[in-house]
Design a protein around this ligand. Structure first.
Ligand code: NAD
Length: 442
């Protein structure tokens, strides 16, 4: 079991993982439903299929990604050949959240394995059914000294963080991200922090309002709004507001019917603590659609909130649930009062037919990533780095970048011996002028 040096071995274990995930897909989908009624369609699209696709891409490319990469040498070092060697960090800790509990645990794990590391995974305690099936699948696919799952809550996580790691990959809240960063700093361990934030969604006067409403409803209420890159609040041009809201309501009903609680396509809030947190944010006098909730069923209806105060509860923190505040703006200056009020978000969305407006918004504000005229879909392109900036995180992954995340890039210059210019060696007397000329020329 030489996972560090034997790429064939890594590939074989990933193939085994692929086989076991495909074999147990029904059990995974059931576990996700048992945890918070995640609809089967969403489970396949955003969890199992996503992981299978990531696995297939990784298995296909692992040989290319892992081999030393030759780069163009510097003329200063002539004659030489230059390489980047791909070295696994060593022992990697992956800590996962509950909202996409399968995908966000497995994707970093797959890349960490591909890159040749030993991996310990701590899935979320809030999705016990999914964490249990993850543990079973990992046990069947890997030797325990190669990949191990440690189940448990905060205590288990704290215990793991008290140990020394060569890399920590954390997905979760900003508050816990800071705890992870502190623990990592103790040993100067590199970290990726995939965190959250308040993601603005701007709709200007040129937007296709009907289509915007459809795409926002999908991106906001998928997983019952418990998505790190879901639009957190809407900023709509004042004159467009009434029409936009009408379309939003129509699209919600079109997607989930009039009895939304009975819809098989609408997930539940993960636990009572979050249900209370979210229902506390809803000021009844500001609700113009939805607002219904059922504690016993952990249900909260898709809810639209009209013009909340900027210092109200709902605008104070990341919502992370099916509640959507709608604020209107008259001018770009109004937008500029609101967005910079919050930490740099993980995502930002712009609905507009005006290219220069979109470009201005993209360059004016710092955020992890986003879309023009859609929501959340930037996540699905493996060629786009996924990650936050500032409080929404550090580091990025997906596709080859995930492999690179778990890899130390070791630079090697292989110098030839058939020629040895005397210029650089002491004594330096009378050489300065010539070296300046040479450096200028290069
Ligand atoms: P969380 O931070 O509460 O928990 C994440 C993980 O950390 C869990 O495994 C948990 O057991 C562990 N943990 C919790 N408290 C801890 C502590 N005190 N010390 C050590 N470990 C601890 O996050 P969550 O509630 O599972 O997920 C929701 C958050 O995650 C949201 O803020 C969301 O935006 C963010 N998120 C980000 C991404 C992303 O890709 N950027 C993806 C999903 C979720």
């Amino acid at each position: 079991m030489d996972y560090k040096n034997d790429i064939k071995y890594r590939k074989e274990t990933l193939k085994k993982l692929l086989f076991n995930i495909q074999k147990d897909e029904d059990l995974i989908i059931k576990a996700l439903y048992d945890d918070f009624k995640k609809p089967e369609f969403e489970a396949v699209l955003t969890e199992t299929n996503y992981v299978v696709s990531e696995l297939k891409t990784t298995i296909k490319n692992i040989n290319t990604w892992a081999k030393p990469q030759r780069v163009f040498p510097s003329l200063l070092n002539f004659p030489s050949s230059d390489y980047i060697y791909k070295e696994p960090y060593g022992d990697v800790l992956v800590i996962a959240p509950w909202n996409y509990p399968f995908q966000l645990a497995l994707c970093p794990l797959i890349s960490a394995v591909a890159a040749g590391n030993r991996v310990v995974l701590k899935p979320s305690e809030l999705t016990p059914h999914t964490s249990a099936i993850i543990a079973k699948i990992i046990e069947k696919s890997f030797h325990i000294n190669h990949v191990e799952v440690i189940q448990g809550g905060i205590e288990a996580s704290e215990k793991l963080l008290s140990k020394r790691w060569d890399y920590i990959f954390f997905t979760g809240s900003v508050a816990v991200g800071k705890i992870v960063a502190k623990a990592a700093a103790e040993h100067l361990t590199p970290v990726t922090l995939e965190l959250g934030g308040k993601n603005p969604c701007i709709i200007d006067e040129t937007a296709d309002l009907r289509l915007a409403a459809k795409r926002i409803v999908w991106g906001k209420f998928i997983n019952a709004g418990q998505t790190c890159i879901a639009p957190d609040y809407i900023l709509v041009q004042k004159d467009m507001k009434i029409n936009f809201i009408t379309y939003l309501i129509e699209e919600i009903i079109q997607a989930y019917g009039k009895k939304i609680q009975d819809s098989p396509d609408y997930a539940r809030i993960i636990n009572t603590k979050n249900w209370v947190r979210l229902t506390d944010m809803i000021a009844p006098e500001k609700v113009f659609f939805g607002g219904e909730s059922d504690a016993a069923d952990l249900y909260i209806a898709p809810t639209l909130i009209d013009e909340p105060e900027l210092d109200s509860k709902i605008m104070a923190e990341e919502i992370f649930g099916p509640v959507l505040p709608i604020l209107s703006y008259e001018s770009e200056q109004d937008i500029d009062v609101i967005i910079p009020k919050y930490e740099k978000p993980l995502a930002l969305y712009i609905f507009s037919e005006n290219d220069s407006f979109s470009k201005k918004m993209i360059s004016r504000y710092s955020f992890g990533g986003g879309c023009i005229n859609d929501t959340i879909i930037h996540f699905s392109n493996k060629r786009l780095p996924f990650g936050g900036v500032g409080h929404s995180g550090m580091g990025a992954y997906h596709g080859k970048l995930s492999f690179d995340t778990f890899t130390h890039h070791k630079s090697i210059v292989k110098k030839a011996n058939w020629l040895d210019f005397p210029m650089r060696y002491a004594p330096y007397k009378d050489k300065l002028k010539s070296i300046r000329r040479l450096l200028d020329w290069l």
